[in-house]
Design a protein around this ligand. Sequence first.
Ligand code: F6R
Length: 610
Amino acid sequence: MCGIVGYIGSRDAYPILNEGLIALEYRGYDSSGIALVDKGKMTIYKTKGKVNNLKTLVDKKNAKGTIGIAHTRWATHGVPSNVNAHPHTDCKNRIALVHNGIIENYTILKEQLKKEGVTFKSETDTEVLAQLVGKYYKGDLVEAVLAALDIVEGTYGIAVVAADNPDILVGARRGSPLVVGLGDDDKEFYLASDASAIVRHTKRVIYLKDNNLVVLTRDSHQIMDLDKKILSHEVHHIDFDASTLAKGGFDHFMLKEIFEQPETVKNAMRGRLIVEDGTARLDGLNLVMQELRQINRIIFAACGTSWHAALVGEYMIEEIAGVSVEVEYASEFRYRNPIIDSQTLVFVISQSGETADTLAALREAQRRGATVLGICNMVGSSIARESHGGVYLHAGPEIGVASTKAFTSQITVLALLTLLLGRMRRISHSDGVTIAKALEDIPDQIKKILKQNDSIKEIAKKYSRHDNFMYLGRSFNFPVALEGALKLKEISYIHAEGYAAAEMKHGPIALIDKDMPSVVIALKDSIYDKVISNIQEVKARGGKIIAIANEGDREIKKHAHHVIYIPKTIDMLSPLLSVIPLQLLAYHIAAQRGCEIDQPRNLAKSVTVE
Ligand code: F6R
C-alpha cells in the first residue's frame, strides 16, 4: 500500500526521506519518488521498482533541500511506471504532491481541467489533485490545498510542497492515515502515513483525524479543520523503536514473526486471563457487565486472515458461550442491509486497523446504532480510534505482508472473549479454569512446534515444485485450512484451495490426483475418524497427504505420507497450534521457490483502498 514521508527542518531532507521510504517498504509498493525544494527550485526523482532504484538515481545527483516529500506507490489508477509514480506536480511544476487513497471524481475533474488547457502527464487520480492545487495556488499553499480538497470526492492522505515557498509543508487526511512527528525542540517536523517511517527520529507524534489539515513550518505546527478552524491535539508517545522493526537475525520478517508467536500470544493474554476464576477481563471493551450479559448476537466483520480468525471465534463463542455469531466479509457487510438490533454487538477485527473495507463496515454498523468494538494490533489506528471500545493484540508491528502473529493473537483475544461471555452464561467455574489453564499452556506448546522448523523445511523441499495444493480441516480447524491455503498462495503464488474436509467430495475432489498434495489437519478430537475417512477419499485418487496430527497418535502414520506432530490441547484452542506448521510450510515452500516473501507481488500490508 502507498506510503508517505515528509520532512521540514534544518537538516538535509533526502537521507531522512530515503530512510523513511525504506521503513515503509514492508507495506508493499511498486514505485517510489521524492520531491525536494531548495532555493526556490523543486527537484523530483521518481522511478518504478524498489526504493533502492530511486537511491541509485538520486545518489548520482546532488540532492539538496531541507524540505521534501516522498512516496511509495501501490498502483490503483494507471500501471506501475516512472510517470505514474508520485510525487505529481501541477503543469507549472510549482506544486508537488504525494497521495494515498483514491479521488473518486477524478475523471470529471480531469475533463474540466483539460478544457481549461491543463495537460496531464500521468494516468493517476493523484495528478488531478496536484493540478487542482496548482490551479488555486496564488502564493498561499494552505488556501490552495483547501480549495482543491473542497471539490474532490474520495479518500486522501496527502503531503504538499511548493517550489517558491520552501518554508511550509502541508498535509491533510480523509480516510487515509497521516501522522505528524515532532522533532528536536519542535524545530523540525515529519509527516508520514505510518509512524514506522519516522520512529527513528522521533517518538512524539500527533495522529491526524479525518478532515484535518496540518501546516508545518521550521518552527511551528498547526492543525486545523477544512474550514481553517484551529484544532487542539493530543501528542502521543510511540512505544516501539527502530530495532523492534529489524529482522532480528531471521532471513525474513515473516519467519521472525512466526517465531515471535510464543511471546505474542502471551502478550495478548497478559493481565487479562484470570486462571483462578476461569475467566478473562477485557477492560477496553468499555461495556459494563450488564450490557455484555444482554447481547444475544455477535457480528464479526473482517477481511483476509482476520476474517479467518473471526471464523475461529464463531466456532468458539457458539460452542462455549452459546451466543449466536455471524462472520461477515467487511467488504460485503458495508454494502448489505445487515440486521442489527439492540442486542447485537459488532466486532471489527483488523491487524492494521486501517483496512478500508473494515473501517467502512465499522462506520456502517455505527450508522445503524450498533455498539462497535475493535480487535486491532495498531495502536492509534483509525479503527482503534473510531470504535466504541476494543481489545489490542499487543503483538508489536507486523511487517511481513503475510499475516502470522496477528492471526494467533486475534484467536487468543477471541478465546478470552469466549471465556468472558461463557462464564456469564453457561460454563462452570471448573470448565472455565480448564480453558484458562489450556490457554496458559499454549505459548510453550507453540515453542515445541517451532523446534520442528527443520523437519518442516524438509517436507517443504519435497513439495515446493507442485503447482496445486488442497488444505483440509474440520470444525475449529476448518478456518485454519483456509488460512493455510491463503498463506501458501500469497507468498509462493501456488494455487491452493482450503476446504472443510467433508465438503471436498461435493466438487473439489475432482481436482485431486498425484500432483495435488493435500495438507490435512487430523487432530485427535471428536471428529478424528471422519477426517481419516476424508484422507482415504484423497488417497483413493492418488493424492499425497501431509497430516497435522497430535503427538501420540500412532494410527495417522498408516494414512499419511508425512506427519507433523503438534501437542494436544482442548479442541477450541487447537487452531493456535495447528496453524503454526502451516505457516512454516508456506514459508519454506516460498523460500525454496525463491519468492519475495515479505513483499509478495500484487499484495500490500495494509489495504487502505476499497
Ligand atoms: C493475509 C493478510 C491479509 C489481511 C487482510 C486484512 O496474510 O495479511 O489477508 O489479513 O488484508 O488486514 P487487516 O487485518 O490489517 O485488516
